[in-house]
Design a protein around this ligand. Structure first.
Ligand SMILES: [Fe+2]
Length: 278
């Protein structure tokens, strides 16, 4: 597998994300993956940064805006995950504390990474049940959207779902499969990640609920994803992995709906074994 997918993937093996990146005129340096220099700090090794008051205030604003919308829209597992992790509303949480609480729930730990990292480093950490997270928050001018990773997306968007046992197992399996993937299976897995981990919906007691980190951490997507403007498809790994026309920089116009998190595990397991990836 290539270490540098953005520059070297052949035309027909690029994902929608890779294509969109290549078409950008001015590439934001924060969106260029960096190679990790050795193992990043894990769990209790992670120091709490000296965040400015303005950064804590940005965090507080981001949490407040999302919490006005999430109850009744986010799935139960996500809301329970927030409680289990005790994600603070008024200050940027400590990665070491989140890691400890996450470990108590499902055995995952947090790794502190400097930003977007090379996919091999990313998948290796996932395969070891370590979630790569940044520890800095976006600027005040990027409250609605940032193309770069930040700790609001990582902590608030991703971590609560890692307390759900099936999702937690699936995500480790995803890392293992992605390390084994070559050629066209790489963008296929990226699409799978996009439509589940980032933009997945779940049917719960007959209602659509959100669980994808890209939705729960975006002010506009929370209501848009559940609106009539979005075309919904039943969760189907074969359909997802071939879907190469998704929106990267705009609101999503098509999404997939899971019936349960067991369906995610079973569907992923059978697709990856049919491809010889696990
Ligand atoms: Fe994400």
């Amino acid at each position: 597998m290539s270490n540098d997918p953005v520059d070297t993937a052949p035309e027909d093996e690029r994902s929608a994300f890779e294509k969109a990146q290549e078409e950008q005129e001015d590439v934001d340096p924060r969106t260029i993956p960096q190679k990790l220099d050795g193992e990043p700090p894990i769990g209790d090794e992670i120091e709490y940064p000296d965040h400015s008051d303005e950064d804590h205030e940005t965090w507080r604003l981001l949490v407040e805006r999302q919490m006005d919308q999430l109850p009744g829209r986010a799935c139960e597992a996500y809301m329970n995950g927030q409680d289990a992790l005790q994600i603070e509303a008024d200050r940027i949480p400590s990665l070491a504390n989140l890691s400890r609480r996450l470990h108590d729930q499902t055995g995952w730990k947090v790794a502190n990474v400097p930003g977007l990292i090379h996919e091999k480093d990313f998948f290796t950490l996932l395969s070891e049940r370590k979630f790569p997270s940044t520890n800095y928050v976006r600027g005040r001018d990027e409250l609605d959207y940032t193309p770069a990773p930040d700790c609001f997306h990582d902590m608030f968007g991703h971590m609560p779902m890692l307390t759900q046992p099936d999702f937690a197992d699936f995500y480790q399996m995803f890392g293992q499969a992605a390390l084994n993937a070559e050629g066209a299976d790489r963008p296929r897995l990226e699409r799978f990640h996009w439509f589940t981990v980032e933009f997945g919906l779940l049917r719960e007691q007959g209602e659509k609920r959100i669980f994808g980190a890209g939705i729960v951490s975006s002010n506009e997507e929370v209501t848009h994803a559940l609106s009539d403007e979005v075309t919904l498809h039943p969760f189907d790994p074969e359909h997802i992995v071939e879907k190469d026309d998704y929106e990267v920089y705009n609101l999503q116009d098509e999404l997939f709906v899971l019936e349960s998190f067991e369906q995610l595990v079973d569907g992923f397991e059978s697709w990856t074994s049919s491809q010889g990836l696990l």
